[in-house]
Design a protein around this ligand. Structure first.
Ligand SMILES: [Ca+2]
Ligand SMILES: [Ca+2]
Length: 207
């Protein structure tokens, strides 16, 4: 009897663990990796001279694979105190994100006072920025997750680069059907120096 009940409970535990494994596995299978950050050429960056921004692969200490993407920026001497932009053109370009609820990525800062916001441009050209400012004070890898929605843990309409609202079909609505662009937007602390570096790795969408 004792042996029988022991076997029963053992089978129960195995069954539950099996279920947990299947559920976890199913979730992982439903995610999609946007970038493993092994190839710098799918990223494009711009800033007016004499400011500068460069994108390279960093082989030291990646989260996944062989490398992460490293962005070095110096916008100290730029127009209006500097401007920079860094966008991820493919494979985000016109991709249907409607199946996904969150985006995650790994970020490592340089200890400086600046931060980034993740930006999404929808099919109508509307720019949305993550409400959370991801600070560069943290010099260790950290995983961040953002809701793919206009809400407090997600995005808000960006304050600049917006198309004419009257011509839009869904102003203020983040339409995930054709995401044109994923961007990294440096936000400075309004003090000098407006320069530094950051590393980013493993951008992924989750259902
Ligand atoms: Ca990588
Ligand atoms: Ca819209």
């Amino acid at each position: 009897m004792f042996l029988k009940s022991k076997l029963y409970w053992l089978l129960c535990v195995c069954f539950i663990m099996g279920l947990i494994f299947i559920v976890k596995h199913a979730e992982a299978a439903g995610s999609v990796v946007l970038s493993t950050c092994e190839n710098p050429y799918v990223w494009s960056c711009g800033t007016p001279p004499p400011s500068s921004v460069t994108i390279t692969v960093d082989l030291k200490d990646p989260v996944e694979g062989k490398s992460s993407i490293r962005i070095n920026y110096d916008v100290t001497a730029g127009i209006d105190g500097g401007w920079m932009y860094c966008n991820f053109s493919t494979p985000a370009n016109k991709r249907d994100w409607t199946k996904y609820k969150t985006i995650s990525f790994y970020l490592k800062g340089d200890g400086g006072d600046n931060g980034i916001r993740i930006g999404l441009t929808d099919a109508e050209g509307e720019l949305f920025l993550s409400r959370q400012l991801f600070e560069m004070k943290n010099t260790k890898w950290e995983k961040y997750t953002v809701n793919l929605a206009v809400d407090e843990n997600g995005f808000a309409p960006g304050p600049y680069y917006q198309p004419n609202k009257e011509k839009l079909q869904s102003p203020g609505v983040l339409d995930l059907k054709e995401i044109k662009e994923l961007s990294i937007n440096i936000e400075d602390n309004w003090l000098n120096p407006k320069k530094g570096s950051l590393n980013i790795d493993q951008l992924e969408l989750f259902p």
